[in-house]
Design a protein around this ligand. Structure first.
Ligand code: NAD
Ligand code: UGA
Length: 433
């Protein structure tokens, strides 16, 4: 089957590369001509383990192509995946202007190209009812056979290729059984249960999944905050409750809270569209509040140890919103740095992958260092802001000799607190004894 992918971001590129790997003929389209031009030369604009290899291999085998022309992508394709961005508006609503622009262009192209029965699939995360809106928009210029299907994506950045090839489930929503089966057939080599449902339910599943995971994170963060007050240890609480299969260990890591391009925006969007339909989703209000509070509590911890943050040299390890990505969108690390700078701190920062992306969103007052040891020289404190596993294996004994003050405030509960205290550090995590 020939597939067009519209939007060459994290989701579009991974979907395109994986569908090509599964044997389909794929054309990936984006309005960003510079991005497409790079992809045509096998330069992958994002850091995602395994993606470059997959793109190079499938492009070489002739199953994967890139274009900046929507017409070129759509012509001769049977299924069209919408993978464009849906960023938040200031009030939390999802901005659907890119999705709607694509739907308009598809309608015009379908009316000109008269395909047999185009299948339009939304993979972008879109509020419930967007699939129906896409039908309406396409119908403004095209009256032939048409199916719109929702196939939400659950991949995580940093392990996106593995998530797409080995998903926990594949959700397909739509009222046209033949089209839903055609979309399911694209994934037939993947071993995963299918959840087949209607369009609106599939759209809701995506928001419910992200909001539930964000709720787990805010829940464990509140538990961690209470642990600090009562002398309990959140790591062991996680073990104790996570071993109950009804609860599970996943997404119970306490720390600086969730960031990234999706949880913050999707939780707010679900709250916003619930409200729009007359329902006050009270729980989500607290999930958001706790997530914001977690960052301020962290800065308070630093203040407690340093007395005064102004003028202090602080080494921040980690800038990405999580490990194994160069993505800094809504990164807690970036937020912490801005708060520290506001209080007059002098920040040095290190990240194994996200130095360049972070420089685009942070000001020039920060000293970016090429390795943690350089950043440690004369620093008053070390902050762990991203859960990069490599930070565990740093030469902490050496780092201690370089610091002015041996203080570590670990926002991800990543490091071995016992070992560090034995080395003579003052160590503080989140909800850890
Ligand atoms: P992204 O910002 O990485 O990429 C979006 C791409 O869409 C950009 O390259 C942009 O140039 C392109 N684009 C914008 N308007 C376009 C248009 N009119 N025509 C063609 N291309 C256009 O976004 P992403 O992270 O891939 O996310 C895309 C969607 O998938 C969002 O709705 C997001 O919520 C959802 N999602 C993301 C993830 C993730 O981990 N990043 C996971 C699941 C779902
Ligand atoms: C998340 C979901 O996990 C994916 O299923 C979903 O497809 C995606 O959003 C999306 O819709 O875009 P992602 O944002 O890539 O994926 O990253 P996660 O691994 O979920 O982490 C999100 C944030 O939560 C990170 O800042 C991470 O540090 C934080 N987190 C995660 C915690 O603070 N504690 C945890 O226990 C887990």
């Amino acid at each position: 089957m020939r597939v067009s992918i519209i939007g060459a971001g994290y989701v579009g590129l991974v979907t395109g590369a994986c569908l090509a790997e599964l044997g389909h003929e794929v054309v990936v389209m984006d309005i960003d001509e510079a991005r497409i031009e790079k992809l045509q030369r096998n330069i992958v604009p994002i850091h995602e383990p395994g993606l470059s290899r997959l793109i190079e291999k499938n492009a070489l085998d002739g199953r994967l192509d890139f274009t900046a022309s929507l017409e070129e992508a759509v012509k001769g394709s049977d299924v069209h995946f919408i993978c464009v961005w849906t960023p938040p508006k200031p009030d939390g609503q999802a901005d659907l202007s890119a999705v709607e622009a694509v739907a308009r262009s598809l309608g015009e192209l379908f009316s000109r190209l008269t395909p047999d029965k185009p299948i339009v699939v939304t993979k972008s995360t879109v509020p419930v009812g967007t699939g129906d809106r896409i039908v309406q928009i396409i119908r403004q210029s095209y009256s032939g056979p048409l199916a719109v299907i929702s196939n939400p994506e659950f991949l995580r950045e940093g392990q996106a290729v593995a998530d797409m090839m080995h998903p926990d489930r594949i959700v397909i929503g739509g009222d046209d059984e033949e089209a839903a089966s055609a979309v399911a057939a694209l994934y037939e080599q993947i071993k995963a249960p299918f959840v087949v449902t209607d369009l609106r339910t599939a759209e809701m599943i995506k928001y419910a999944a992200n909001a539930f995971l964000a709720t787990k994170i805010s829940f464990i963060n509140e538990v961690a905050n209470v642990c600090e007050l009562v002398g309990a240890d959140v790591d062991m609480v996680k073990e104790g409750i996570g071993s109950d299969v009804r609860i599970g260990r996943a997404f119970l890591y306490a720390g600086l809270g969730y960031g990234g391009s999706c949880f913050p925006k999707d939780v707010r969007a679900l709250q916003q569209f619930s409200n729009h339909h007359g329902y006050d989703f009270k729980l989500l209000k607290s999930v958001i509040e706790v997530n914001e509070q977690q960052r301020q509590l962290f800065v308070n911890k630093l203040r407690k140890h340093l007395k005064n943050i102004a003028g202090k040299e602080i080494l921040v390890l980690g800038l990405a919103f999580k490990a194994n990505t160069d993505d800094v969108r809504e990164s807690a690390a970036v937020d912490i740095i801005k708060r520290l700078q506001k209080e007059g701190a002098k920040v040095r920062a290190y990240d194994p992958e996200a130095l360049l992306t972070a420089q685009k969103v942070l000001d020039h007052e920060i000293k970016y260092v090429g390795n943690p040891l350089d950043g440690a020289k004369g620093a008053d404190a070390v902050v762990i802001a991203t859960e990069w596993p490599d930070f565990k294996d740093l030469d902490w004994a050496k780092i201690k000799t370089l610091l002015k003050n041996p203080l570590i405030v670990d926002g991800r509960n990543l490091l071995d607190s016992k070992m560090l205290r034995e080395l003579g550090f003052t160590y503080e995590g989140v909800g850890r004894k």
